[in-house]
Write a protein that binds this ligand. Structure first.
Ligand code: NAD
Length: 379
């Protein structure tokens, strides 16, 4: 099996889908690995390291794409100047592309792949069963985003996070509110706590209350008509009237906060609107919001993907792809997730997509794009 690791094209993307460590592993398993020159440059992994691990460094043109049985990517299929168009057009029949392919936003590229008789495995759709935990890239990358969100907030805030008692007087700890206590949210809570802030957390899955409290944060109780727990431990979409009630309860907490970090998501649905413009207008000037859900439409009404918006003195940070801002650890973890998938599907010298995990991740099937791609709750 020939594996190809291209350099990512998305602006600001500094991660790479294989590291010398994972290349060594794939080579040992009998795969031939081609790495585009400079693929790891964004995370300080140079060609020499890949070569020493057993990879062949290649130019990354159409012939390299066409030679591969398995293409390992970070981001979605992109326009690539070296293949003179979409990367999907350079993939050969029977080959498989693996990556965080954003299937809900990539209809054209996936259709092109399907048309060529190639397949795609979306890392977003790794099922949450214990056998697949090592492949769970959403978790490895969300944890980084949660951590970085707190650092961005701390870097923008004109105040300390910790309680300090100094000769000149006492500094009160910053008040942080975290919305959504999934993988990103819990890492944000842990990071904010380590910096000494007081932290309050809202989630609609009552099961997370204990985890939040074990990190030294307070859980904001909501009058839940029923549990917000959906399939597989994920949240389900709540009703409009519940959302309004939740906004009322959170409004006072948000008005008093120095930092609000929002991470609330429901798989396959737009992010729930938790922070309205009116709620922002009641916050104090100097407060900071980091909206991690911005790529799914945002938890805050005012956030704009890729931008910092300042409204009545409140900074709303909508930076996308935060995991890519910590590219060394993000790549190290992501590459391991992807290598697990590669080992799963490239067994005995051939590609085999029959495993239940691979089938769950498959977004093109029999020459067609799966219509439920990107909606794990519908599977
Ligand atoms: P996610 O990124 O899908 O969502 C983030 C959080 O937002 C969730 O906790 C969700 O409940 C919350 N949310 C949704 N709507 C909300 C609202 N209106 N208000 C407040 N919060 C809201 O979550 P995730 O990081 O993927 O984690 C989801 C669950 O899956 C967690 O319990 C996590 O521990 C679990 N998980 C399991 C595995 C596994 O079994 N292998 C792997 C990773 C995560």
């Amino acid at each position: 099996v020939t594996v190809f690791v291209p350099r990512e094209r998305r602006p600001g993307e500094r991660r790479v889908a294989a590291t010398p460590e994972t290349v060594k592993r794939l080579v040992k398993e009998g795969m031939q690995v081609l790495v585009e020159g400079g693929a790891g440059h964004g995370c300080h992994l140079e060609d020499e390291g890949y070569r020493n691990a057993g990879a062949r460094i290649v130019g990354g043109g159409a012939e390299d794409w066409g030679a591969a049985d398995l293409i390992l990517k970070v981001g979605p299929i992109a326009h690539n100047e070296l293949v003179g168009g979409t990367e999907a057009g350079a993939v050969r029949a029977g080959a498989v592309v693996v990556g965080l392919l954003a299937p809900h936003k990539s209809a054209d590229a996936l259709a092109k792949l399907a048309e060529r008789g190639a397949s795609a495995l979306a890392m977003e759709l790794v099922p949450r069963i214990s056998r697949a935990q090592k492949m769970d890239a959403l978790s490895s990358q969300a944890s980084i985003a949660g951590y970085k969100a707190v650092l961005l907030a701390a870097g923008s805030l004109g105040k300390y996070f910790p309680l300090l008692m100094t000769a000149a007087g006492t500094v009160q700890p910053a008040k942080v509110v975290v919305m959504g206590a999934g993988v990103a949210g819990l890492q944000a809570v842990a990071t904010a706590r380590r910096l000494g802030a007081t932290v309050e957390v809202s989630d609609i899955r009552p099961a997370v209350k204990e985890q939040v409290e074990s990190l030294g944060a307070r859980f904001i109780d909501l009058p839940m008509p029923e549990s917000g727990e959906g399939q597989g431990g994920y949240a389900k979409e709540v009703t409009e009237s519940f959302l309004r009630q939740q906004q009322e309860i959170l409004s006072a907490k948000i008005a008093a906060a120095d930092v609000v970090i929002t991470t609330a998501l429901v798989p396959g649905r737009p992010a729930p609107r938790l922070v309205t413009a009116e709620m922002v207008s009641r916050m104090r000037p100097g407060a900071v919001i980091v909206d991690l859900a911005v790529e799914q439409g945002g938890n805050c009404e005012l956030s704009v993907a890729g931008e910092d918006v300042v409204r009545s003195g409140v900074r709303i940070i909508g930076q996308e792809n935060l995991a890519a801002t910590l590219p060394e650890d993000a790549s190290m973890l992501y590459a391991r997730n992807v290598a697990e998938v590669a080992s799963l599907v490239a067994k005995g010298g051939a590609i085999d997509l029959s495993d239940e995990i691979a089938r769950a991740m498959l977004v093109t099937r029999g020459g067609e794009v799966r219509c439920d791609a990107g909606r794990p709750q519908d599977r």
